[in-house]
Design a protein around this ligand. Structure first.
Ligand code: ARG
Length: 460
């Protein structure tokens, strides 16, 4: 195909070089944004008297036709094209003749691609935000359902203190709330139009960048033309947001893998979100959770890939920057798929509160409450801690637990022990006494749910 850029050279590149140079196989997903940008550009050129109104109308009608045909499938993307920008422009010229050649006035592919990418990211960020909101709502619903189910809370993966499953689940809701906030912040920072920066230095035509930005929904334009074409911070910010989001999803996935093991059996995943083994008939594998955990590494890789691509690049545009798209698109596709699958898996997951309670009952996770009981009777905490530790050691030896150690045995450790010690070590009481803000009591879980819902409302 004749090169639109055959200026100094004759454009007869080697086939192997053409293939190597081409990005259309992956940047064609920005076709809509490219056409939207071009329509705004034609309008701006006409308004500033750079092209006639008639030419602009012809260009716009041509572009709208191309969009329609691309969407219906009537116009297949020519994979021999260099990129989506070249493809659209050459089809336009094929269709409307010489007027099509006027579109690229006061513009370069460098600011064009910067614009397309921002428009595309804006759309994807909005879709991802909706998916995160759906995940948060599914998580809150589960938390509501199991707000009073007691399980061991762990530190070092050792049973530590009793908590409610509702409280544990809401931990993830607040993480995802932060993810949503980060995404919103990144979108706002990105919302600055680069179009009109041209190749790197601006243009001699008297364009109206503000007007073009306004047509495209940007409240601002970039301050510096070199920055306009060479900045990919927004892509990096999104990849960072996605990486943190995936880190949260992978921690949650890891817990679901543990909880659904025979050793824990705290949850049962729906058949719809598990797989069997081709050889072991008893198997029900948490593949979805494992894959989300696995795909996290891939998204981190996408972030690192772009960071490394941009590292040390001199100003302004360099062809290396064409390498920004594949990792970014891969991360977007991966994050969207993970969010959808994870939400479905979570929404259909059933907890097994009896097993949770069983695990919470045998591990002396109420030892802190025993110490707090003695503190309540006037003993300094350090002394209370020592006595409780001794009781636990002896109980392990005797094969009993704090709930069934006879009162007379308790009294041998301290005369402060009374009948009410059994209330102090009762699991439900241990949980429901934790009424400090952000604590695990059912009362707090209910409050947390309200707060999270309010924050979610605000982010809308
Ligand atoms: N396909 C290119 C990219 O994605 C578009 C910009 C090319 N600009 C240029 N002057 N070669 O980065």
């Amino acid at each position: 195909m004749a090169k639109l850029w055959a200026g100094r050279t004759d454009g007869t590149t080697a086939k192997i070089a053409d293939d190597f140079n081409s990005s259309v196989s992956f940047d064609s997903r920005m076709y809509k944004e490219d056409i939207t940008g071009s329509i705004a550009h034609a309008r701006m050129l006409a308004r500033c008297g750079i092209i006639s109104e008639k030419d602009a109308e012809e260009i716009i009608t041509g572009l709208e036709g191309i969009l329609k045909d691309l969407e219906s499938g009537a116009l297949p993307i020519d994979l021999e094209s260099e990129d989506i920008h070249m493809f659209v422009e050459s089809v336009l010229t094929e269709r409307i003749g010489d007027t099509g050649k006027k579109l690229h006035t006061a513009r370069s592919r460098n600011d064009q691609v910067a614009l397309d990418l921002k428009l595309y990211l804006k759309k994807e960020a909005d879709e991802i935000a909706v998916l995160i909101k759906e995940l948060i709502l599914a998580d809150i619903k589960k938390a509501e359902e199991y707000k009073a189910a007691i399980l061991p809370g762990y530190t070092h993966l050792q049973r530590a203190q009793p908590i409610t499953f509702g409280h544990h689940l809401l931990t993830y809701a607040v993480m995802f709330l932060r993810d949503l906030g980060r995404l919103t912040d990144a979108s706002e920072r990105m919302n600055v139009s680069p179009i009109g920066s041209c190749a790197l230095a601006g243009t001699t035509y008297s364009t109206d960048r503000d007007y073009e930005a306004e047509l495209l929904g940007f409240p601002e334009i970039t301050i510096n033309s070199l920055d306009g074409v060479s900045d990919r911070d927004h892509a990096l910010e999104f990849l960072s947001c996605f990486s943190i989001l995936m880190m949260h999803l992978s921690r949650f996935s890891e817990e679901i893998v543990l909880w659904s093991s025979w050793e824990f059996k705290f949850v049962e995943l729906s058949d719809a979100y598990t797989t069997g083994s081709s050889i072991m008939p008893q198997k029900k594998n948490p593949d979805m959770a494992e894959l989300v955990r696995g795909k996290t590494g891939r998204v981190y890789g996408d972030l690192i890939s772009l960071l490394v691509t941009l590292k040390g690049l001199p100003l302004a545009y360099n062809k290396d920057m064409q390498e920004d798209k594949e990792p970014l698109f891969d991360a977007i596709d991966t994050v969207k798929a993970c969010l959808q699958v994870f939400t479905g898996m979570l929404a259909t997951m059933k907890a097994i509160p009896e097993n949770m309670r069983k695990a919470a009952s045998g591990g002396f996770i109420n030892a802190t409450d025993l110490a707090d009981y003695l503190v309540g009777k006037g003993l300094p905490f350090r002394d209370a801690y020592k006595i409780s530790g001794r009781i636990v050691t002896d109980c392990i030896e005797k094969g009993c637990v704090l709930e069934n150690l006879p009162l007379k045995d308790y009294k041998e450790y301290s005369p402060l022990f009374e009948e009410d010690v059994y209330e102090a070590v009762d699991l439900d009481n241990c949980v429901n006494k934790r009424i400090s803000s952000g604590g695990t009591s059912v009362q707090n879980v209910e409050k947390e749910i309200i707060t999270i819902k309010q924050r979610l409302e605000k982010l809308k």
